[in-house]
Each structure stands twice: as structure tokens, then as C-alpha cells.
Design a binder for this molecule. Sequence first.
Ligand code: ZN
Ligand code: ZN
Length: 308
Amino acid sequence: MKSRSHAQRARRWPKLNWAHILWFSFIQAGVVLAPLTFCWSALVVCIILYLLAGLGVTMGYHRLLTHRSFQTSRVVEYLLSVLGLLANQGGPLQWVAVHRVHHQHSDAEGDPHSPGNGVWWAHLLWWMPHVPALDEPRHYRRYVTDLSRDPVHRALQRYHILVPLALAGLLYGLGELWAGVGLSWVIWGIFVRTALLYHATWLVNSATHLWGYRTYQTRDRSTNLWWVALLTLGEGWHNNHHAFPRSARHGLRWWELDLTYGFIRFLSLVSLARHVHVPGKVLRPALVPSRRAGEACTVLPGSMVGNE
Ligand SMILES: [Zn+2]
Ligand SMILES: [Zn+2]
């Protein structure tokens, strides 16, 4: 009886991930200083770093490392991973593992961030408890056996915090040199930009499993939502993505703007990306009633990308 009540208490009060909670609070506290430190050059730094770190997550962590939706050279792959580190969303192994778990259990038991457990859980709170399956390498490593074999990615995972710290120092120095605005560049380039990108990324977990339209009858509740797609450089076409997880292209209608796919296409045009997966003709709704459409993707040589 005693152990049962202990188990019930443990379920109600999960062990917290204090590293995540304190880090998130630290970032939010820095945002408070934003109005006091505003200057136009800091805003420009914020926007540029939002785009770079955002692409690191969408093109690097997500479409390349998680889904292998295109191939590129090792150098470009590592550069994209370093850009991903700038987002302060953890190292590549853990990020990829958590996202692969999401695809395996989307909106079902085992999904790390389904809105079925509440919209705030899906958006933010899921990141706060300590979940051994998601937080401890010995548990999540089985989802990233491919990346675990790569010593560079292992090192990036282990020392992921050093890259944003180095960036903060660089921003301070450059800002001081520019116009004595080092603190402004740090506040806007690190704190404001990181907070904005956190919420944009988390909107994919919350909003695009709740609101918007569904083009495909996937087994989950994923949706397409234009304003999340704008904020996340194309990741808001999330129903398309769940239908075709291997596809490098998420915006599938002509007006579904997908900036990340645009950059992948650019890489292919300059011969830095190849074997870009796109859905091709089988994507027509009449032909995709309910199957997991990752199987349906076609692989086009780099020169043909965009001609589907
Ligand atoms: Zn999803
Ligand atoms: Zn995905």
C-alpha cells in the first residue's frame, strides 16, 4: 500500500529537468531587458541569427539528420549541425531521437509532446520533466544509432553548450566594436532570438497538431497552418510532413511557402545537395488515401529537383 501511494505521487509529481527549467527561465529573464537594450543593429543581428539557427534546425536537425530527406557532404552536414546548436535546443543526437520518437508515436501513447495531453503540455511543459527515455543517452541512443557512429556528431552532442556560449562572446565583442552595443547584440542575438525560435519550434508540436487544415488522412492529428509555416521557415505544413516524412519538401501546393525547401533546392542547384526526396506524382490526394506516404517518395537527382 505504501509503495503504491509512492508510485501514485511520483506519477503526479514527475522528476523535473532542472537544467531545462533554469535555462528556459534564464532565457526569458534576458528577454525582459530587450526594450532597454533595443537598437536597430541588434534587431538585424536577431533576424539574421533567427534565420541561421532556424535553418540549422529545419534543414539540418530535421530534414537532413532526422529524415535523411536529402544527401550532402560531411562538411555541409556538420556546418548545418553547428547552426542547429545555435538554436539552444540541445545537441543533434538528442533532438533527432526525440523527433523520431514523435513520428513513431504521433498523438498516441509514447508521443513526447501530443496536444492530447493539453495544449501547454505540447507547446512547452513537455520539456520540463526529466524523462529518462528522452533525456538519458543510454535510453535514447537506440533511436540514433546512425548518428551515434559519427564521432563529430557525438562531440557536438557532448559539447553543444559551448557553441552558443562562444557566439555570445563573439556578439559582445563585435557589438562593442560596431558601436559600443555589445550588450544589445547579446540580448537580442541570443536571448530574444532564442525565445522566439523556441516558441516557433514548439508551435509545430502544439498548433500544427490542433489547428489548420488536413490535406491527408494521416493516423495522427497533424495539420497545415500557414502562420506557423511562415514562422518556422516551412515546418508548419506539418500534415504534409506527417504524410510524407521523407520528403524534403513540406509545402506541397504552389502557395504553401516553404523557405527551407527553397534553401535545399538552392544547395542542389550549386551541387551541394543530391538525392533530394520529393513526393512526386503519387502525392495527388486521390492516390494517397491513408497510407504512410514516406514509402511513396521519389528520389530525384539534384538537377531535377523542383521539376516534379
Ligand atoms: Zn508532428
Ligand atoms: Zn519530422
